[in-house]
Design a protein around this ligand. Structure first.
Ligand code: BEZ
Ligand code: FE
Length: 300
C-alpha cells in the first residue's frame, strides 16, 4: 500500500476511475479531477475554505426552484457558459451568426404569433419593430424557421420575475415567411441586474461587480437541417455594453433602433438583423442552458 500525498492522490484517483466504460465520461471526469486537484494545490486550499465552498454550492442548489436556475447563473457569471458557447461556435461546419447565452429565463411553449404581432401585453413605452431574414450560410432564405423571442419589460424584469411564473409575457414564437423574412413589434427592454438575492449574487457583490446585463432581446432560431442558433441582440447605447456580467456580448450582435425607410412597419423605429444558420451535423443542437422548469423535472 502506498501512502498518498497531495500529488500521488491524483494518480490514484485516475487509476480507480480507469475502467469507466463511456470514453467521453472518462475523458471529462479525468480532466475534472486533474484540474480540481491542481486548483486545490495552487491556492493551498484550507479545510475551512473547502467547507465554505461546499456550503456555497449547497446554497446554490437550494436556491433552485422550477422558475429559477441558480447553477446556470453561476456558470454564466464565471464565464463558463461563454467559454462553452465559443467552443460550440468553433465546432460549426460553417460560419453562422454568432451565438450568445441562453440564460436562465428561456421557457418553452411561448405563444406562436403571426408576423408583425406585438409580444408585450401592455406596452408603456414607444413600440419598436425588429425585422430581417433568416438564411443559410449562402444567403438562401429559410422559410418556416421557428424564431423564439424573449426579453425583459421596459422595467428590466422577465415575466417569471414580474408574474412569478404564472403567465407568459414579453415572449413570442414566429415562423419566417416564404422568403425567410420575419418581423415583430416589441418595446425596448431595459438592461437589468442578474438575480442578486441568492448565493451567486452574494459572490458577485464580494467581487465588487455591478451585476448588470446590457439591454437585449433573446432569440432561439431553428430550421430543419440547420444548427439551432441561440443568440441575443444587444442595444449598443446601453451603459453596460462593455461590461456584461455574464460575458454574452459580441460586436456582431450589437444593434440600434433607428428610423429606417425599409422598416416593415412605417413610423416605428426599427432594429434590422439578418440571422445566418449553419448546416447541422446529425443530432446537433446549439443550446447552452435550458428551460429551467425542465431542468428541475429532470433532477426529480
Ligand atoms: C439573461 O440574459 O437572461 C441572463 C443570462 C445570464 C444570467 C442571467 C440572465
Ligand atoms: Fe436576458
Amino acid at each position: 500500500m502506498q501512502d498518498l500525498d497531495e500529488f500521488t492522490v491524483t494518480d490514484e484517483a485516475l487509476r480507480q476511475m480507469a475502467n469507466t466504460e463511456n470514453p467521453r465520461l472518462k475523458e471529462i471526469m479525468d480532466s475534472a479531477v486533474r484540474h480540481l486537484h491542481a486548483f486545490a494545490r495552487d491556492v493551498n486550499l484550507t479545510p475551512e475554505e473547502w467547507l465554505q465552498g461546499l456550503q456555497f454550492l449547497t446554497a446554490v442548489g437550494q436556491a433552485c426552484t422550477p422558475i429559477r436556475q441558480e447553477f446556470i447563473l453561476l456558470a454564466d457569471v464565471l464565464g463558463l457558459s461563454a467559454v462553452v458557447n465559443a467552443l460550440h461556435d468553433k465546432k460549426a461546419r460553417e460560419l453562422g451568426s454568432q451565438s450568445s447565452l441562453l440564460g436562465p429565463f428561456f421557457r418553452e411553449g411561448a405563444p406562436e404569433l403571426p408576423l408583425g404581432a406585438q409580444i408585450v401585453e401592455k406596452p408603456t413605452e414607444p413600440e419598436i419593430v425588429v425585422y430581417g431574414r433568416v438564411t443559410d450560410n449562402d444567403g438562401s432564405p429559410l422559410p418556416n424557421a421557428l424564431i423564439q423571442i424573449w426579453q425583459t419589460s421596459e422595467r428590466g424584469l422577465y415575466d417569471m420575475q414580474e408574474r412569478n411564473g404564472e403567465s407568459m409575457d414579453m415572449r413570442g414564437n414566429f415562423r419566417t415567411d416564404a422568403d425567410g423574412r420575419y418581423h415583430f413589434r416589441t418595446v425596448r427592454p431595459l438592461g437589468y441586474s442578474i438575480p442578486m438575492d441568492g448565493p451567486v449574487g452574494a459572490m458577485v457583490h464580494l467581487q465588487n461587480r455591478h451585476g448588470f446585463r446590457p439591454s437585449h432581446i433573446h432569440c432561439l432560431i431553428g430550421a430543419d437541417g440547420h444548427r439551432e442558433l441561440v443568440t441575443a441582440l444587444y442595444f449598443g447605447d446601453d451603459p453596460n455594453i462593455d461590461s456584461d456580467t455574464v460575458f454574452g456580448v459580441s460586436q456582431t450582435l450589437v444593434v440600434e433602433a433607428k428610423d429606417d425607410p425599409a422598416s416593415p412597419i412605417p413610423g416605428l423605429r426599427a432594429v434590422h438583423y439578418d440571422f445566418r444558420l449553419a448546416k447541422a451535423a446529425p443530432g446537433e443542437s446549439g443550446r447552452v442552458g435550458a428551460d429551467p422548469t425542465k431542468l428541475m423535472k429532470a433532477a426529480e
